[in-house]
Design a binder for this molecule. Structure first.
Ligand SMILES: *Cc1c(COP(=O)(O)O)cnc(C)c1O
Ligand code: SF4
Length: 462
């Protein structure tokens, strides 16, 4: 399909579900079920996702439909039935909201350690919109970039989507960030994330990016933008009123001598097939920026080696770089989406085996866990013990990086905290140091620098 020139962005949320003509194929019960789950889980689509990405001849199995439209199985049976009754009986919005909140709170909106590790501090002032977990990279969540052009049903950030529409630029937000970065010359990468920073206008984004180009921040050589806009709204870079202004801004970042990297979230090759996304990628690459690609492995969406192999090949062909395959974390409708680590590894290995070396820049399956990013690198049998070979590819203490360690093989385990150390050990090598970090008794050397012992809060993202 050609790029639709006149298409303007407009979010379609739960209240406007009835305006999606394709949903008329569903019967009344199915529509009520959809509304019931959409009241609890994040729901937002737009005309591009509905008209160009979803194959309506194949619902509910269609992967992009599963990615964006909530399904009955995503809630526990009892919760679903209660919600369905409320929606069917047209209960007041207030009642629906209260019930939705209760269900969400039971779904672990803040995964392990999230509340107490990693908000950086400068001169006694906290940077609430930032995280500094790994030495080289600071994560920054611009206050205006906290929504997305559509929502993924598995999103672990859904807790933050409630009631945050129209957030204003927080005064002092950027100057505190730049002061922090000036004091931390160990930081080479700044990663803007969200939500999705590309939800911002070019003007708003400029207020965040321009101060980072200051020569005092020459050590920050890479600016990354974590985004799903290429999948959910590629028109952002092509036909939006400020698309050209946005591209000029990217050129300025590149002209400052820095790398501008789009950390593009692509879940399925379908997202790379439209003329709109291809034009968007061409335009971004023409500014000198690069595009790296990452996504979680999600049951019902992309739990198939052929899907990943096709996606990586297509990414390389379009000039992008495959980067990470993530394991889905322990929050939200986990039971619906999760893939055991052993199966994730088989999917990764089968896909990896069939692509050329240029696509083998990808690493995975990787868990963004409390101690670091842990790669499930293989399964081995060592003197009769079947084990997972694990490896830190990112860690709170840089000394752990690239270190291999072993866990007892477990067919069912879906996350690091379900694994047991192999060979009779009672803990993994990093556990004593990690506990000491939690208790504030010890910090790795880079955290003990000029700013004193870092206080910690929210954990991970990306
Ligand atoms: C993944 C991640 C990063 C970036 O790590 P890279 O391996 O450099 O891509 C930074 N901070 C956090 C919290 C992360 O989860
Ligand atoms: S694009 Fe990212 S932040 Fe937005 S809904 Fe999907 S997973 Fe969540």
């Amino acid at each position: 399909m050609e790029v639709r020139k006149g298409l303007r962005y407009r979010a379609i949320g739960r209240q406007r579900l009835d305006r999606i003509p394709q949903l008329l194929r569903l019967d009344e019960d199915q529509r009520i079920a959809l509304k019931a789950v959409a009241a609890v889980l994040p729901f937002r689509v737009n005309r591009y996702v509905v008209d160009e990405l979803i194959d309506w001849g194949n619902i509910p199995q269609d992967p992009i439909y599963q990615l964006t439209f909530p399904q009955a199985g995503m809630l526990e049976r009892g919760d679903f039935m209660r919600m369905q009754n409320l929606v069917a009986s047209e209960a007041p919005e207030e009642v629906i909201r209260r019930e939705a909140h209760r269900i969400r709170m039971a779904m672990n909106p803040h995964p392990a350690g999230q509340m107490d590790l990693n908000v950086p501090e400068i001169g006694g002032e906290r940077l609430p919109g930032a995280q500094h977990k790994y030495r080289e990279t600071v994560l920054f969540f611009p206050s205006q970039g906290q929504t997305c052009h559509a929502y993924c049903t598995y999103c672990f950030r859904w807790a933050q989507f409630a009631g945050i529409e129209g957030l204003r630029f927080a005064d002092g937000e950027v100057s505190t960030l730049t002061r922090y970065l000036e004091a931390h010359t160990e930081v080479s990468d700044l990663l803007l994330t969200g939500g999705d920073p590309m939800i911002m206008t070019a003007r708003a984004l400029r207020r965040y990016l321009e101060p980072l180009l200051d020569p005092a921040l020459d050590h920050v050589t890479t600016i990354r933008i974590g985004t799903k806009s290429l999948s959910y709204w590629p028109h952002r870079f092509v036909t939006d009123p400020d698309a050209d202004e946005l591209l000029r801004l990217f050129e300025e970042v590149v002209a400052s001598g820095r790398q501008l990297a789009f950390m593009a979230h692509f879940s399925h090759p379908r997202e790379l097939e439209t003329e709109a996304v291809r034009e968007a990628m061409r335009r971004i690459l023409s500014t000198g920026a690069i595009i790296r690609c990452q996504a979680p492995l999600i049951r019902h969406v992309n739990d198939d080696p052929e899907v990943w192999a096709d996606m990586w090949r297509l990414q390389v062909r379009l000039g992008a770089v495959p980067y990470y395959m993530f394991v889905e974390r322990d929050t939200g409708p986990k039971h619906y989406f999760e893939v055991p680590l052993a199966r994730a590894l088989r999917i990764f290995a089968r896909a990896y085996a069939q692509v050329s070396g240029l696509a083998r820049t990808v690493r995975g399956p990787s868990m963004s866990a409390t101690p670091g990013k842990v790669l499930v690198d293989g399964v081995a049998e060592i003197r009769g013990d079947k084990v997972f070979v694990l490896k830190f590819i990112q860690a709170r203490d840089p000394k752990w990086v690239n270190r291999v360690f072993f866990a007892r093989f477990d067919d069912q385990a879906t996350w690091l905290d379900e694994l047991q150390p192999a060979f009779g050990a009672n803990e993994f090598f990093y556990e004593p140091a990690l506990h000491a970090m939690y208790e504030g008794a010890w910090q790795p050397r880079w955290r003990r620098g000029a700013a004193g012992p870092a206080t910690m809060a929210r954990d991970e993202a990306v």
